[in-house]
Design a protein. Structure first.
Length: 359
């Protein structure tokens, strides 16, 4: 891989529901990882109230609106070798996609580091994601992609209620929801189409009440993969992960079922060719599973997995993005093993959401 000397890191902007301080945690880790490797960091973020925008974190910091036109001007001025898209939540992925579509990245010879553009499209575009999973035989809920509200009655007739509505290119379920009748189907789909960057919504059969498991997976350019840990949402499918109590490692999966989901997670990250970390969500019921979605970036769950296992996912993902392999990256915690060793957890960690009103 050509030598990377300067990177542009996109922050996640304001702290909002669905995109909170976890992305400051991952962005800060990425800045530190780049500095360790002697790579200059140009950081752009619209939120000055973060640790990553402290003057000593990046070499150059821009506190500017996170708009593709403004980031394009920064690229023109700074001329970075690559862009780190996967440390700024959904904002980072969306802006990177828009910059690529505007031709800015090609014009200035800026590489997308870590998660390739194709993987962003295949995980964020619901129709492409479905096709990618079908290629490797991974089961997904039956679904249909719509770009208008024209055929909703026939969709409802074919699948029955309740129906899950998932807009493409939005964060943490924004604009989506659960439709239990025709009125709510029209209302939620209309909102989802407005919120989606590409005016696209996936309507899928319900897996409400199934168990929900997540796997944090890492992959490097040599196709070495590890699962950092798996997590079990105490609440079933239908309760947003951000509002659910989460426990790691999972408590109710048999070893057989865990190995089945772990193997599926590794097949998925290899098919998508993600370099770095990703978060894969499964619905599971009585030995059957469905792949719900893949976040081709560090996520809120990655922050939990890092803290639970001591494995610094964002730091390792940043080093993989500039071409290092898992066996070349030392584990900061053990000081002895490389990052290609899967963490062993002989304890239980529980995440409980809090809503402190004093903030």
């Amino acid at each position: 891989m050509a030598e990377i000397e300067k990177v542009l890191l996109i922050g996640s902007g304001p702290i909002t529901i669905g995109q909170a301080a976890e992305f400051d945690f991952s962005g800060t880790q990425a800045c530190r990882a780049m500095r360790e490797e002697g790579v200059k960091v140009v950081l752009v973020n619209s939120n000055p109230a973060t640790i990553q925008t402290d003057p000593e974190m990046a070499d150059i910091t821009y506190i500017e609106p996170l708009e593709p036109e403004i980031v394009a001007k920064i690229i023109k001025k700074e001329n970075p070798d690559g862009i780190l898209a996967s440390f700024g939540g959904q904002t980072g992925l969306n802006i990177t996609s828009e910059l690529a579509e505007m031709g800015v990245l090609d014009e200035y010879g800026v590489k997308i580091l870590g998660t390739p553009l194709k993987a962003i499209y295949e995980t964020e575009d619901r129709e492409l994601f479905k096709k990618a999973m079908e290629r490797i035989g991974e089961p997904v809920p039956r679904s249909v992609t719509v770009t208008s509200t024209d055929d909703l009655e026939s969709v409802a007739e074919e699948f029955g209620f309740p129906l899950i509505i998932r807009p493409a290119y939005t964060l943490g379920g924004t604009g989506g929801g659960i439709a239990r009748d025709l009125d709510s189907l029209f209302r939620i789909t209309e909102l989802g189409l407005k919120r989606s960057r590409i005016n696209q919504v996936l309507i899928e059969e319900s897996v409400l009440g199934w168990k929900e498991f997540e796997y944090e997976v890492m992959r490097d350019r040599k196709n070495t993969c590890i699962t950092v840990c798996n997590m079990e949402n105490i609440d079933p499918m239908g309760i947003h992960t951000g509002e659910s109590i989460v426990v790691t490692p999972s408590q109710t999966l048999s070893d057989y079922d865990h190995q089945m989901l772990r193997s599926a997670a590794i097949r998925i990250i290899r098919e998508l060719r993600i370099e770095g970390g990703c978060n894969i969500q499964f619905a599971f019921k009585e030995g059957e599973y469905r792949v719900i979605e893949v976040n081709p970036r560090v996520s809120r769950s990655s922050a939990l997995a890092s803290k639970a296992t001591g494995y610094p996912i964002a730091r390792v993902a940043a080093k993989i993005a500039i071409g290092k392999t898992l066996d070349e990256i030392p584990n900061d915690v053990t000081k002895e093993t490389p990052a290609s060793f899967e963490p062993t957890i002989d304890y239980v960690v529980v995440k409980i959401p809090r809503w402190p009103f004093d903030k």
